[in-house]
Ligand binder design. Sequence first.
Ligand SMILES: [Zn+2]
Length: 96
Amino acid sequence: MLRPQKITLGETREMGVRGVLVYCSDYHCSHWTAISGDRWPDDARLSDLEPLFVCQACGAKGANVRPHFGWEREARRYCRDSVEYSVTASMAAASR
Ligand SMILES: [Zn+2]
C-alpha cells in the first residue's frame, strides 16, 4: 500500500470542515458525491476511508476522498439520504 497518508477527520473538524467529497477512482467515470464525515472517529485518515467506497455509477472500488471545505455553506443542498456511494460492510469495521 503506497497510498500517501492524508489528514485525519479530527484535523478537518478543527478547520470547521464536517463533510468530505468522494470522487470515483476511475477518471473516465468522474462520479462524485458529498457526504458527512460524522460517522468516523477523529483519528480516521481520509486515505483510510478511500478503499471503503464503491462507486454507484460504474462499480469501481476505491475513491479519492478530500475535505469538503464548502460543507457548512452547501450542506443544505444535499438531502440526508442522498448518499450515492454505498457503504460497504468493511466501512463499519473502520469505525474502530
Ligand atoms: Zn465511477
